[in-house]
Design a protein around this ligand. Sequence first.
Ligand SMILES: Cc1cc2nc3c(=O)[nH]c(=O)nc-3n(C[C@H](O)[C@H](O)[C@H](O)COP(=O)(O)OP(=O)(O)OC[C@H]3O[C@@H](n4cnc5c(N)ncnc54)[C@H](O)[C@@H]3O)c2cc1C
Length: 398
Amino acid sequence: MRLRFDEPTEAFRREFVAWLAENAPDEATALSERPRSTAHIPGWAREWQRTLFDAGWLVPGNPPEYGGRNASLLQVFVHLEEMGRRHIYPSFNPQGLSIIAPSLLVFGTEQQKQRFAVPILRAEKTAALGMSEPDAGSDLASLRTRAVLDGDRFVLNGQKVWTSGAHDADVILAFVRTDPEAPPHKGISCLVVPTDSPGLTRRPFGSIVSPDDLDFNEVFFDDVEVPAENLVGELHQGWRVATRSLGHERAMLWLGFAERIDDLIDQGGSELVALGLDDDALTLDWFGDLVVDAHALRLLGYRTLAKARRGVEATEQSILKLFGSEASQAGALRMLDALGPDGLDPDRRSAPLNPLHEAAFTASWWERYLRSFAGTIAGGTSQIQRNIIAERVLGLPR
Ligand SMILES: Cc1cc2nc3c(=O)[nH]c(=O)nc-3n(C[C@H](O)[C@H](O)[C@H](O)COP(=O)(O)OP(=O)(O)OC[C@H]3O[C@@H](n4cnc5c(N)ncnc54)[C@H](O)[C@@H]3O)c2cc1C
């Protein structure tokens, strides 16, 4: 069996590949200031995003005024494939691009689209996502940050945590409790909160990957006033925005996991051969697993794509997230096992292919393993995916 995209989709791919060859920043641009996180955003990274926006290649599925070209679902997919194949990221602000701007384009007023969504897409503003709190992660509906409507403004008090890139963000899309009497899902609203508001404090902190790479934040709200016009969607209807926002993030997430597994196969395989570790039966066995996993993930992913094209809801999303994140994590761990002490060598890392090369693909094996936990936790942990699969796919009782 040979799976292929149709000719118009392939023609779209060729057009994008030709454009990339002409326009992607070259090696000389700024390798030394490659943005590992949003903490240091070099000017060329903003320029690159704006170049994509202006050419309609940033979010091809959007209309031209929002950085796209009204591309079809399959065209959007091959665009992602070509970026992924080159390990190129389109934005230094992934939450802004893939969660916050799309949410504002769906639920925002015209004024919010122009004031926030377009500048986020054009890399003029940076946005962070304020969902999780110390006691509200998996169970987001139990969030407690309080917002009281007082005339033409909301007054916020509470705390968020794990807010990626907040220290560098101009705005935070914050989910807050506006009706404490209502059932948990019904009393939440969504607000765009400027980070220069008096009473807002951001405290960045490091992660297990690198204590110095400060990307997470605690965000504290102490009588922070936010104009009522910054309410996104209807009052107390923030849960709709939240679920849709995460949907934006999840739809084609599996492709990133498939690319990580491909990378383990290519780079990991070459390294095992170079070290003479490729004739060990156990190593060959798990390596075979990895190849099968990559194929299985792609086939299942293509199925969701085909379903989405027919307008059928794909229940496989949770399976793809769980399988993709865990397979790439298991591969990284086995790679460490096979390499032994060499796997812990921080200098054993691959050279970036281009200045936009994602850090996840050039890090040392040890760091890649640590980074893999972002995949099994963020966007809904593996345990939560299993609960969803049990209830919604298998129809088991809660
Ligand atoms: C790299 C990364 C980036 C992130 N960026 C952001 C961001 O920008 N903005 C933001 O708001 N948040 C962000 N998060 C936070 C993320 O959304 C939460 O970590 C995630 O939702 C889990 O919540 P928690 O950490 O509070 O864990 P908890 O919900 O406290 O879970 C702890 C453990 O209990 C398990 N568990 C919880 N409930 C159940 C259940 N019902 N059944 C079975 N097991 C359960 C979980 O699986 C987990 O193992 C980020 C996280 C990571 C890792």
